[in-house]
Structures are given as structure tokens and as C-alpha cells.
Design a protein around this ligand. Structure first.
Ligand SMILES: Cc1ncc(COP(=O)(O)O)c(C=O)c1O
Length: 613
């Protein structure tokens, strides 16, 4: 009864108030997402069992919905937005793309004819042209947006069937995506799989095109990112008059980066092409970009204009080029990310630009589209290999680097210096006398303390001047006393220098370490130190490793990272291209941190580093 009364009094939906709460939820989710287990932690049926079987009699406050989102739905969510998600493909919904979805739903246009939304039509043409330019495609191609690559391939094969009546065979490699099988089945075409070479690429000399209407070549196959030899396939198709469709759903986004441009060779000769911007081009699901160099054939396959869709104006509607009639305003979400990020011929990092705090301008929020896409692609491919999902690294330039070692970068706490837990417990007890709820606030503000001045943090807790000074002194004295080299630390650092290696430190720590650093024994034995509190970055953010590399003037592939595994630092180092080794706490057979358990290689002492270089 009580719940019923409350429900009856639920205020009407208020877009401003509820919308603000939804945006706050979204922003906070994205801040927290890296901390969730990536895979949903539920058994089949768990989520359904926690939801009411029928809709409520009366409307409920929006807060109830957000509560259920947190408590009932989130445990059943697999976090595709997590930077630790390495399965399938990187699908990156940028802030700009997320906001675009809000605007799309707000306008709620149904663009089946040009006149039902001229802006939708013309923006779609512009956004597709922008993307085409970023990918280096011929300017004159017709381009429009489909929901998925599966639909784009259906459209392509329908046009191919129309273009070569009587020929009903489609060829693709045995590594092609199952969406090709599905399209052939739907269109009543016969699919023939062509064998591949030892790098999983279609063997063009085995193409037999007599009764074929289409060949589907793949740039970036699903299992291994293999790139079919498109120039040779295009030549064969052109001689036989057969339609060439290129499925670059996964890897086409790579063409935004010049170093992957080789994989676009021959694509300019295709009759149609699909690239999925919802795979690592910052556009939320779903957005599949489809181009065609023979739009008349496409229109022949799909144009159907009943009486109620006839209009006076001489404008062709995009619905005449594909299977669907209704069309969402997807163009907005394809258009917003490049507008907000900028194309970035050279990334700010490459130009050595820094902001007011001395951070490289390549920080994610400021990174132009090209550099961000490059970074995302490499991180994802590295992660896929790390978790065993990738195959042969045909397109994966940075993977499996064998560059010679130039530098060894160490974690600080529990790597170069042992964290004195007992004396810290004593300091905490003393600080607790001045700070209400000390245990709880201390733990929940861990991240803030590591990336800003510790004094500001104490002030935010409301300490008066005396208490503040006292706590600061306690903490600073503790840190000075604790920064003692672990056994063998200085000798190992010196031997590394003798052998010609640069030596760096990356530490997640608060500003008391920064203050004490110059007077510690370490300062004279390393070439550079990157402290989270000084640079506003934490491990395992890629930028903190990249910054250390910049300062040491080495590339990540030239570095060995040594750490005890806290803050997921070992995987973080490997994701940017370093080799990472786990150092065990003295006298233990296992790392302290769950994320480092089972890590290979593992060493027991700092001197062991010398056996690895
Ligand atoms: C090469 C390739 N083609 C097609 C698809 C299908 O994409 P969609 O889910 O957009 O239909 C995928 C999916 O990952 C793919 O990797």
C-alpha cells in the first residue's frame, strides 16, 4: 500500500530534472567503468528474476529507474565501454557520440523521404563525405548509413545480383564473416568459399568467376584481421565484369592512420564498401558506413515508390538505396565525433605540444581523431592477444615488437622501496584522531590523493589549520622514513646504467613523495621519475607510461617495466607496448594483487632484473 501511494505521487517525467540525473549517471558510469569486472557477473535468468513480471500500475519516479539500473541491471551488463574490454572488437562510444544519440532521439526524425527531414538527408551526405575523406576514398562515391555491416552486405549483394542477371554465385574467402553467408542465403545466391594462404588471405588465383555475380574481399577478417589481396581480386573482377564488395567493417577505420594506409590498396576499384564506425571510430552502436561506386545499380535493386511516397521535388531519397524505408538521424552521431575531436593530421603528442601543467596534449579528451583511433586500435589488438582472442597479426603493426631494450622503468612502492605497512597503520591511527570517519574517507578518496596535492585533500575534509599541519607532518615524516631502497635496488640501478640502459620510475603516489623525492637515495640513481600526483595521471592509464617514455626519449617497445602489479600496472604497461615483469614481495610465492596473479615472467629480487636485460 505504502509503495502504491508513493507511486501515485510520482512526479511527471521532467526532461530537465530527470535528464540531468541521467547525464550525471552516464558521466559517473564512464568514470567508474574501468573498475567493474568486464564480463557480466550473472547466471542466465538472474536479471529477469529480479525484474517485475508486469509493468507497474502507476508511474514511478525516475530515481527508482536509476536505482534499478545500478542494482539490478549493471551486474548483468558486460562492459563494452571498459578500457579493459578486449573481446570481439573495440567499440568506442565517445562523449560526443553519446550526446549525439540524445539529440537523435530528441529530434526523432523519420527520414524515409528527403522532405521528411532535409537536414537528415543532407547531413548524412556530408558526414559520409567527411568520413570518406578521412579514409581516403574516391570523392564521387555515393555513401549512406546502414545499421550494421550485415545489412550493408545485403545491399551490396542485392545490387550485384541486379547488375549481372543470371549469375548467382558469390565468392569470398573461407575466413570471411558469416554475414556474407547470411546475405547470400537471404538473396538466394550460392556462396563459394575460396581457400586462403598461410596468412589467412584469399588466394586470388583460385577465383573462378564464370557464373559469379560478386566477390566479397575482406580487409581485416574477424578472426585474425587478415587483409585479402584486393588489387589482384579487383583486377580479376574487372576482367570478368563481376561486382567487388569490400568488407572492411572491422579494419576500415584504420585507414584514418597513414601507417595502415597500405591495407586500403585496391579498394578504390571496389563497386561497394562497408566500414563500421561503431568499431573504434567513436560512434556508438549502431552505425555502418556503406559506399557504392555504382549507385544506379543500387537504386535499381531497391527503389520502390508507392503512391503515398510520391513527391513533387526532384530529389532522390536515401531509402531508395537500401533495404529499410525508415531512417534514423544517425548522421548526427557520425558527424559529431570528428567535429569535436578534429581530424588531427599530426597528433598533438607528435608535435610535442604541452598544456599549462606540462602534460602532453595527447590526453584523451584533447586527442584528435586520428591519434585517438590509432591509440585505440593498438591497445585493443594488444589486449586481444593478451587474452588469447586474436589470431595472426596481419594488420597489427605494433604487436609482438622485438625492438632492442633501451630502458628499464620501475614502480616505486613494493618494487624499489618496501611499503612499511605496520608503521603506516600507526600513522593512520594518529591521523584518525583528527579526521572523522577516517577509515572510510581515506579509502574512498584513494584516487584523488594520488593525482593532486595531499594538502588540498586534507583541506577538503574540513581539517582546521592545526589539524591539517599535524596530519601533513605525520604523513611527510612517514614518507621520508619509508623511502628506503629495497635490498639490491641501488646496485641494480647502477649496473643498469653501466650496461647502457636508461632508468625510469612511474609511481602512483601522493604529493608527499614528490616533496621528499630529491632527498631520497633514489633521485641520484634514476634518469627520470613520473609521479601520479605531479602529472595528474595514474597507472594503468596509457598516457602515464607514454609520458615516461617521452621523458626518457625511448619508445614503449624499447622498455622493460618492473612492478609488483598494483593498479593493474603490468597489463597497462603491456598495452602500450612495453614488456612487463612482476616482482614478488620478499618471502612470498605469489603477488599481493589479484590482477598480477599468474603473471609471467615473475622475479623474486631486483637483481633478477639483470638476468632479463
Ligand atoms: C569483417 C566483419 N564483417 C562483418 C561484421 C558484421 O558486423 P555487424 O555486426 O555490423 O553486422 C563483422 C563483425 O565484427 C566483421 O568483423
Amino acid at each position: 500500500m505504502e509503495a502504491d501511494r508513493e507511486a501515485q505521487e510520482a512526479p511527471a517525467v521532467d526532461l530537465r530534472r530527470d535528464g540531468a540525473a541521467a547525464l550525471e549517471w552516464a558521466a559517473s558510469y564512464l568514470e567508474r567503468v574501468r573498475d567493474f569486472p568486464v564480463l557480466a557477473q550473472v547466471e542466465p535468468g538472474d536479471v529477469r528474476a529480479r525484474l517485475p513480471e508486469s509493468p507497474p500500475e502507476h508511474g514511478e519516479p525516475f530515481a527508482n529507474v536509476l536505482r534499478d539500473l545500478d542494482e539490478v541491471l549493471l551486474p548483468g551488463v558486460t562492459h563494452w565501454q571498459s578500457p579493459r574490454f578486449f573481446a570481439y572488437f573495440a567499440n568506442t562510444a565517445s562523449d560526443a557520440g553519446i550526446l549525439a544519440e540524445l539529440l537523435v532521439a530528441t529530434l526523432n526524425n523519420v527520414g524515409f523521404l528527403w522532405r521528411t527531414s532535409p537536414a537528415l538527408h543532407e547531413l548524412e551526405e556530408v558526414a559520409m563525405s567527411w568520413l570518406g575523406q578521412l579514409l581516403g576514398l574516391p570523392r564521387e562515391w555515393h555513401g549512406h548509413i546502414e545499421d550494421t555491416a550485415s545489412t550493408s552486405t545485403i545491399a551490396a549483394l542485392a545490387a550485384a545480383r541486379e547488375a549481372r542477371p543470371g549469375a548467382r554465385v558469390v565468392l569470398c574467402s573461407e575466413q570471411a564473416h558469416s554475414s556474407v553467408d547470411k546475405a547470400a542465403r537471404l538473396l538466394d545466391l550460392e556462396l563459394r568459399k575460396v581457400p586462403t594462404d598461410d596468412e589467412f588471405r584469399l588466394r586470388p588465383e583460385l577465383l573462378s568467376l564464370d557464373d559469379a555475380c560478386a566477390v566479397v574481399a575482406t580487409v581485416g577478417t574477424t578472426s585474425s584481421a587478415a587483409v585479402d589481396p584486393v588489387p589482384a581480386i579487383a583486377e580479376a573482377c574487372a576482367s570478368a565484369g563481376v561486382w567487388l564488395h569490400v568488407d572492411a567493417a572491422y579494419a576500415g577505420s584504420a585507414w584514418t592512420c597513414e601507417e595502415f594506409g597500405w591495407s586500403a590498396a585496391g579498394v578504390e576499384r571496389a563497386d561497394s564498401l562497408v566500414v563500421n564506425p561503431h568499431k573504434w571510430l567513436f560512434t556508438p552502436m549502431d552505425c555502418s558506413a556503406f559506399w557504392c561506386s555504382r549507385p544506379d545499380e543500387l537504386r535499381n535493386a531497391f527503389s520502390l515508390v508507392p503512391e503515398y511516397l510520391r513527391v513533387a521535388e526532384e530529389v532522390v531519397s536515401l531509402s531508395e538505396y537500401g533495404p529499410a524505408l525508415g531512417r534514423r538521424f544517425r548522421a548526427l552521431k557520425l558527424w559529431l565525433p570528428p567535429r569535436r575531436l578534429g581530424r588531427g593530421e599530426r597528433s598533438a603528442a607528435e608535435q610535442g605540444q604541452r598544456d599549462g601543467r606540462g602534460l602532453p596534449l595527447a590526453h584523451p579528451a584533447r586527442r584528435p581523431l586520428r591519434a585517438a583511433a590509432r591509440c585505440r586500435q593498438r591497445a585493443h589488438d594488444r589486449g586481444r592477444r593478451a587474452v588469447g582472442l586474436g589470431g595472426a597479426p596481419a594488420l597489427r603493426g605494433g604487436v609482438g615488437s622485438t625492438e632492442p631494450l633501451e630502458a628499464v622503468i620501475f614502480d616505486l612502492w613494493d618494487t624499489l622501496a618496501l611499503w612499511p605497512s605496520e608503521s603506516f597503520a600507526r600513522v593512520k591511527r594518529q591521523m584518525a584522531r583528527h579526521i572523522p570517519n577516517f577509515e572510510r574517507v581515506w579509502d574512498v578518496t584513494y584516487n584523488d590523493r594520488q593525482t593532486g596535492p595531499i594538502e588540498a585533500y586534507f583541506r577538503a575534509l574540513g581539517l582546521d589549520d592545526d589539524a591539517l599541519e599535524h596530519c601533513l607532518r605525520l604523513r611527510t615524516d612517514f614518507t621520508r622514513a619509508a623511502l628506503v631502497p629495497r635490498e639490491g635496488a641501488l646496485e641494480t640501478l647502477d649496473e643498469l646504467r653501466t650496461r647502457g640502459y636508461k632508468r625510469g620510475v612511474i609511481s602512483v603516489c601522493s604529493s608527499d613523495v614528490e616533496e621528499a623525492w630529491d632527498k631520497t637515495p633514489f633521485a641520484a640513481h634514476v634518469d627520470d621519475v613520473v609521479l601520479s600526483c605531479a602529472v595528474g595521471l595514474r597507472k594503468p592509464q596509457p598516457e602515464i607510461y607514454q609520458l615516461a617514455c617521452e621523458r626518457l626519449e625511448v619508445r614503449p617497445g624499447e622498455c622493460l617495466f618492473v612492478g609488483d602489479g598494483a593498479n593493474d600496472e603490468l597489463a597497462g604497461a603491456e598495452r602500450v607496448g612495453m614488456k612487463a615483469v612482476c616482482i614478488l614481495p620478499p618471502g612470498r610465492d605469489e603477488p599481493l594483487w589479484p590482477e598480477a596473479r599468474g603473471w609471467e615472467p615473475t622475479i623474486r629480487s631486483l637483481e633478477d632484473v639483470l638476468t632479463l636485460v
